[in-house]
Design a protein around this ligand. Sequence first.
Ligand SMILES: *Cc1c(COP(=O)(O)O)cnc(C)c1O
Length: 502
Amino acid sequence: MHYNSTQDKSKAVLSAQAIAQGISQDGGLFVPESFPQISEGELKSMLLMSYRDRAKLIMAKYLTDFTAEEIADCVDSAYTVEKFGSDHPAPIATVTFNGAQLNLLELWHGPTCAFKDMALQILPHFLTKSLKKAGGGRDAVILVATSGDTGKAALEGFRDVDHTKIIVFYPQNGVSAMQKHQMTTQEGENVYVCAIRGNFDDAQTAVKKIFTDPATQEILAQHNMMFSSANSINWGRLLPQIVYYVSAYCDMVNMGRVAFGDKINITVPTGNFGNILAAYYAYEMGLPVKRFICASNSNNVLTDFIRTGVYNKNRDFYTTVSPSMDILVSSNLERLLYCLSGNNDAETKGYMDLLKTEGMYTVSAKIKDKLQSMFRGGYADEDATMRTIHDLYEQQGYLCDTHTAVAVSVCDAYIRETGDKTPVVIASTASPYKFSRAVLTALDAGKLPESEFDMVERLHDFTGAEVPAPLASLRGKKARFADVTDKEDMQGAVLGALGIDK
Ligand SMILES: *Cc1c(COP(=O)(O)O)cnc(C)c1O
């Protein structure tokens, strides 16, 4: 199995190189040259398998330059009972909402209580093996700029992983109290966390600059290190996400929610388009899916795109209660365009160039038709999101976070508009306790306490829902990292953290 660049398919690399490199040199994203198929017999055999065995079967189809032992080692190290609380890292909870049965695929049982753990717990294992194969045996230095969730999930994933170091920069005043506490208390010998005086964009821009600076790369090379990336366009983050959609289908069959071979709908709360793209890739592999419902918050650039075929990021940016979806450039959409254009690299590059120069592009009639045959787009504004948290709790005693609420709201509207009775799986992407303030407000739970931990406690007292251990144990934990740097000094901070004198 080779991987091509979406913007130049004459390039072909093996998975180890795609993972070690992160992004293609031409600026395109790595995509599998074709989709390996899951046969009916394989799907049937997966019904009886554990999550981990399902993962091994699917990943082996893509990581053909890895041995079966290597893949097993990655999977068994990542999805442990210790890290995910049970043998099944991605269970389904079924609720009835406004009369319709919804199956919530809970992807937040990992160490940082958001779905990004599903990929970031295994990426470090893929990466260290990839570096041995394609990185000349050098140690990897992971640089992350974060607006909150990704940084913590990456820190947890990479902590104490041999031959890696991870450095995370976050905007000093741009993350929630809980997110900051999660990061500054991070344990591990190979981690470093630093605040910057600036916003997320400043952190992101500076990280990209350091990452691509030849002089810094040279200094690292002299110390047998190289930069690598853990962001969501890395193939090593997408692949683990395909697994849980296939696994969810198997669980749906086992639970009697769908007859084997019949189709399901999948609803995903979407930001960078990674999670929903993984679901689409599962469909390309043969998973029986009728329709994808792409759910956005008020930053509804994707809703408009799916309805009109015009992607236009020239619009107001809203800060919402579902911050991980506050995004106007959905990077992974590029991979879908490549796919829907019939692997047309020149056409894909054309759209991406227009996005850069004009901030917008219009897809061909062919792409638009294909897109609309499989995808529906919808969005939930702040009111609809809060109402959904409230109503779902009132109707079913089920507590969902703000991102999941966006998806439930959009799915509910879709079902009411279309009368579509296809069984539906909704990706539930974070624990409600990560967003206690918004959830408490939605529930009308009285005057809010001041501290984040008191809010968590109040939410627990109010609903009785269990507080995830990783969040509960943060209370009283001492911060290990208090450094703050100017954005101009980030390169020095990186070298300092690596123990390199300039
Ligand atoms: C990152 C994130 C999303 C968006 O996922 P994408 O893959 O970027 O579309 C949704 N919900 C939560 C809680 C997230 O952390």
